[in-house]
Design a binder for this molecule. Structure first.
Ligand code: B12
Length: 544
């Protein structure tokens, strides 16, 4: 007999518009459970409703005025504004707890009514993580007989460290979850023991046990993700855009990135299989917007699928990640004609020294330059990410990066300060990369770190590490200055690939306007406006 599951996700208070895209990770897990005879519902709380409940009548006129000033009029908040924001944000924090408690009650009610055997929680960074730990505790207190499992990005990054701050999960799943979740279901019905299940960490008599890692090798035969309304509750309120899991893994070993550990070497679906998934999504869910999930979509997949989309004359629009070397010979005109609207490239730096010494990145800047040129020429909105200030950064390397960006002029440049995660090359050798840890429990501090959503990074609690001797406040300011300089030179610094696609689907001429408008709605808690925007996108036929 099949077991009865709830899969749930809450990434915290909604922060960016793309939080409202359906979660393909949970949808594929649900499909695996279902095809193996189990029962499952997905509860996705990353919705405009959650936003609405959190802002419910909380003295909104002030925050609305400040949001208008910052995102619409593009003026700086004054000192009194900052004080007001502090008061408002602490009120919202309190209301957030009330809403999260209500969500817990809602889940407990569903567990009771549907005789649930197991709850799987997707764990994200930030306020969603802290809440998910509380939810697991509540579930264990109220239903000692059900099993509670965790998985997702936060487990990929922090792994067994999570068990140092919670005892409430029966197991945590890292890496690919498809085979694991089916075996977990078998363990729930007592057929096998946790010892026999790959990709999990569990506690046994107080010690933490980590089983072997196993990647899904045959992506081709994975079931289609389950987005039907009877499984994915409230899917009709999400953005009609699917994340398409076309490839996993990456053959590059960039020093800052978790992928070499998390997703291993490249595995991919064939263009034929990707096409079937696209056509199935169009027919069954009326979806024609997609984002490839792979961290570095291989050229043969990008071009091969593009040819088939054109042959079949499918009217879809999509975006993806790209790697400069891998796409050096790509026919971007073909890719654009198939509906590819935007590609996100990890440039990271325009300095050869930083690329090799700090990033262990094989980017050859002349190739990056020609790819950016060709991609833009084909009419693809070209996004580059930059990590600034990088380890070993100096005035010369800063200038090299700025000069490279001003010369190549990507359509958007997203600049971030370096994130230091355990398991990455940086995380394993921080001192070698000029990071100085300022805590004796680095993993715990970063794992539970909370951003201050209403403030720019320099107002956030300091992250517990220095870079090149700089404190958090100093490097956050450097990042901000770098962004400002790009903006003054006319380069946008806040439009991601999927935001671009959504802006077009919403009928905007200028993506910046779309992003700023939605930042304003999210900041001021204008959930009704967000709902209208989602509706517009869901009813629009995008011009490809
Ligand atoms: C596509 C994408 C999205 C999509 C879709 C969600 C998704 N699937 O993750 C959208 C646009 C919605 C999204 C949003 C966000 N994302 Co995102 N996203 C990605 C991206 C590019 C690919 C993810 C993907 O599709 N992977 C393939 C699927 C199949 O894997 P998966 O979803 O992780 O699920 C598998 C396993 O994790 C596991 N699993 C997952 N949950 C569970 C639960 C249980 C019980 C078990 C057993 C197993 C299990 O099984 C699944 C099947 O193998 C990654 C970067 C990358 N290349 O990995 C970032 C990434 C996952 N996102 C990230 C972030 C931060 C966000 C946001 C929080 C952004 C924000 N608001 O600031 C939001 C919030 C999410 C939300 N739902 O609201 C971070 C996560 C960091 C962290 N520790 O939390 C990542 C790693 C990017 C990064 N380096 O910063 N994202």
């Amino acid at each position: 007999m099949g077991t009865n599951w709830l899969l749930m996700s809450i990434a915290g208070m909604p922060k960016i518009f793309s939080d409202f895209i359906p979660d393909n990770g949970l949808a594929i897990l649900a499909a695996c459970l279902k095809t193996n005879g189990h029962y499952v519902k997905i509860l996705d709380y990353n919705t405009a409703d959650t936003l609405q409940k959190i802002f419910d009548g909380r003295g909104l006129s002030d925050i609305r005025r400040i949001a208008e000033k910052v995102f619409i009029e593009k003026r700086k908040p004054s000192i009194p504004d900052i004080f007001k924001l502090k008061v408002i944000s602490s009120r919202i924090e309190k209301q957030k707890q009330v809403v999260f408690d209500r969500i817990t009650d809602d889940i407990c009610e569903k567990v009771k009514q549907n005789s649930i055997d197991a709850v799987g929680i997707k764990l994200w960074a930030g306020d969603g993580f802290n809440y998910s730990l509380l939810l697991a505790r509540k579930l264990k207190e109220r239903f000692p007989d059900i099993k509670v499992f965790g998985g997702g990005p936060q487990v990929d990054i922090f792994q067994e460290e999570i068990f140092k701050i919670t005892d409430d999960f029966d197991a945590l799943c890292f890496g690919d979850g498809e085979e694991t979740i089916v075996l977990l279901a078998e363990s729930v019905s007592g057929k096998i023991s946790l010892k026999e299940i790959p990709n999990i960490i569990f506690k046994n008599n107080g010690s933490i046990i980590k089983n072997n890692k196993k990647f899904v090798e045959d992506m081709e035969n994975l079931p289609f993700p389950e987005y039907s309304q009877d499984v994915y509750e409230g899917i009709e309120n999400k953005i009609r855009m699917f994340v398409l899991d076309e490839s996993r893994g990456c053959n590059n070993h960039c020093a800052f990135c978790i992928h070499p550990v998390k997703s291993g070497k490249v595995r991919k679906k064939t263009p034929e299989r990707i096409m079937k998934e696209i056509e199935y999504s169009i027919e069954n869910s009326r979806v024609n917007l997609f984002r490839y999930a792979g961290s570095s979509t291989p050229a043969d997949i990008l071009e091969g699928t593009a040819k088939k989309i054109i042959e079949k004359n499918l009217k879809i629009a999509y975006t993806c990640f790209g790697h400069f070397e891998a796409l050096a010979e790509t026919d971007f005109q073909l890719v654009r004609s198939s509906g590819c609207m935007s590609i996100f490239f990890g440039l990271e730096s325009g300095s050869p020294e930083i690329l090799s010494r700090a990033m262990h990145k094989r980017n050859c800047l002349s190739i990056a330059e020609s790819v950016i040129r060709n991609c833009k020429k084909a009419g693809i909105f070209t996004v580059c990410s930059v990590i600034y200030p990088a380890p070993f950064e100096n005035r010369k390397t800063r200038k090299e990066t700025m000069d490279f960006l001003l010369k190549t002029r990507p359509d958007s440049v997203l600049v971030q300060f370096p994130g230091l995660y355990p398991q990455t090359v940086w995380g394993r050798n921080p001192a070698k990369f000029n990071f100085t840890l300022e805590t004796d429990n680095y993993a715990r501090d970063v794992m539970t770190y909370q951003i201050k959503q209403f403030f720019p990074p320099r107002y956030w609690k300091s992250l517990p590490y220095r870079i090149n001797g700089m404190s958090f406040k100093e490097y956050a300011r450097e990042t901000e200055e770098f962004q400002k300089e790009l903006a003054i030179s006319g380069i946008t610094t806040f439009v991601s690939d999927e935001a671009y696609l959504l802006s077009k689907a919403a009928g905007f001429k200028h993506p910046e306007e779309f992003v700023n408008k939605n930042r304003y709605f999210l900041f001021a808690g204008l959930a009704e406006e967000i709902k209208k925007e989602i509706e517009t996108i869901n009813n629009n036929i995008i011009e490809v």
